[in-house]
Design a protein around this ligand. Structure first.
Ligand SMILES: C[S@@+](CC[C@H](N)C(=O)[O-])C[C@H]1O[C@@H](n2cnc3c(N)ncnc32)[C@H](O)[C@@H]1O
Length: 484
């Protein structure tokens, strides 16, 4: 009898957890779908300001109405890309199910730990798909409130109010037949702007299911667009050379023997859009990227698994800010993606992307002592508790394994207005290193790397980080010392 009640409770908890997942996933999809309407609202705001000018000033700036039209055209191209990306996404949950989760219910179950967690072992069959696609597995519910938009957080000049953007259906018809920016050829309506053949959208993208989301969510979509440039455009090459190249060189130096028979295993927590993980895989590692943002996972899955060739898509990443542009041409310039065709890049078997919270997924005992290397790039400061991150990194490394880190300490949960109760342990670099020593790490090299993060290379504003770059090795002695 008691066990029957327990089963019911368990069943209800699981159902609630799934409902929350569906709700958060719908909100993310809603954010993507609301992108064109939110972008259009920005253009309308520009137009309203222009209309208020005295006639003499209007005459002086007579080109601006054309710029507004060009902006609309660029928005339609970005929207087309987004919609084609969404169409390839296979939701891990039934998106059509009825969800009615009240806030009270949500809060009273806030302590539910991630019931959906599954067991994912390094080397299990999930790591390789027969058709050569990069498996995007979900070991835990990727999170909704998670896009870390550094540049936006620091540099945003626009004020985003919490209002619901109007709904809008994107991509179904590509209305990109207006003026093309920079005198590009007029855009054909079908096939799509990029010459891609358009397929019909899945049921869960039906406009009637579309959510109205706060504009701040749409801002995350803009961050993703900037991240695409960082990881998958030629324009991002300079930033990748600053951040990823030192890490790749270090891995090559530390693992000279990367035989096909026995490749070393490398984990990249907070892998973003997956480029660093792919490059590590191409060096001959079994590499797994871990990422908990659906925003990121949807996009990385599209680029890694569904792009057919290099430069297949054209997007306009810089249109969303009128600030710090040297010219309108700069702001409206197209960017081709991806700069390489991921499927032909030469990855090592076992390359995968694993969805879920780093702490939840890699606390699983199956990961203990499983990894030869852990690479964290712009990730450590995403922690609520950075000590916990370091503890887990130490635990999942083999004895003698290496941890390579590159990034700043711009703690994500610091100064979060409205989230004052969010836990946020904000340590100095000195203290981070002390904690690492405590968990058995020995410092092998440490330096500073000057770099930008998702920065428009042609902007008049170039925020720079002096990022900490280190290699630490998990001491072989650690185990013995603990036993003494
Ligand atoms: C600042 S971005 C860096 C992305 C990538 N490493 C790069 O250098 O471009 C941090 C990433 O970590 C992810 N992230 C944050 N907290 C996470 C967690 N607890 N588990 C897994 N991923 C997380 C975010 O979604 C985001 O994609």
């Amino acid at each position: 009898m008691a066990s029957g009640i327990q089963d019911d409770e368990e069943h209800n908890r699981i159902n609630l957890e799934i409902a929350l997942e569906v709700k958060s996933l719908r909100r993310i999809i809603g954010a993507y779908l609301n992108y064109p309407e939110a972008a259009e609202e920005d253009v309308r705001r520009n137009e309203r300001s222009f209309e208020r000018l005295p006639p003499a000033h209007k005459d002086l700036l007579a080109h601006l109405p054309f710029k507004f039209q060009k902006l609309r055209w660029c928005i339609s191209k970005n929207s087309f890309f987004i919609f084609e990306m969404l169409k390839t996404f296979e939701p891990p949950l039934d998106m059509s199910q009825d969800i009615d989760v009240s806030e009270n219910q949500h809060q009273s179950n806030a302590s539910i730990s991630h019931l959906l967690s599954g067991e994912k072992n390094l080397g299990s069959s999930e790591l390789c798909l027969a058709d050569g696609r990069v498996p995007h597995s979900q070991t835990d519910g990727p999170n909704s409130d998670d896009v870390i938009c550094r540049s936006s957080k620091e540099m945003r000049t626009e004020q985003f109010n919490e209002f619901n953007a109007g709904s809008c259906c994107i991509g179904l018809e590509n209305k990109g037949d207006g003026v093309c920016p920079n005198n590009e050829a007029t855009c054909a309506s079908s096939p799509g702007c990029n010459g891609n053949v358009m397929s019909s959208p899945p049921d869960w993208l039906d406009p009637s299911l579309q959510l109205h989301v706060p504009l701040v969510d749409v801002d995350k979509v803009r961050c993703i667009i900037r991240n695409i440039v960082r990881d998958w455009a030629s324009e991002g090459q300079k930033e990748r050379a600053q951040c990823y190249k030192p890490i790749l060189e270090e891995l090559e130096k530390l693992f000279p023997d990367r035989s096909k028979e026995n490749p070393p295993a490398c984990l990249v927590p907070g892998a973003g859009l997956g480029r660093l993980a792919l490059e590590i895989s191409c060096l001959g590692f079994i590499c797994q990227g871990n990422e908990f943002s659906y925003y990121m996972m949807i996009c990385s899955s599209f680029i890694l698994n569904h792009t057919q060739m290099a430069e297949e898509w054209t997007i306009y990443p810089w249109i969303h800010s009128n600030c710090n542009s040297l010219s309108d041409g700069d702001q409206l310039r197209p960017v081709s993606i991806p700069d390489i065709h991921p499927a032909s890049a030469g990855t090592t078997e076992g390359f995968s992307m694993c969805g879920g919270d780093f702490v939840e997924v890699y606390s699983d005992p199956n990961h203990t002592g499983a990894w030869d290397a852990v690479v964290t790039c712009f990730f450590l400061d995403t922690a609520h508790n950075i000590v916990e991150y370091i503890e887990i990194i130490s635990r999942i490394l083999k004895d003698g394994g290496v941890w390579i880190n590159l990034g700043p300490l711009l703690y994500h949960f610091a100064d979060m207005y409205g989230h004052e109760d969010e836990m946020s342990i904000e340590l100095s670099l000195e203290d981070v290193k002390k904690v690492a020593l405590h968990y058995g790490f020995e410092l092998e090299q440490s330096s500073t790397v000057e770099t930008t993060y998702t920065t428009n290379p042609r902007s008049m504003m170039q925020n720079r980080y002096y990022a900490a770059f280190w290699t630490m090795r998990k001491s072989m002695k650690m185990k013995q010392e603990c036993l003494v």
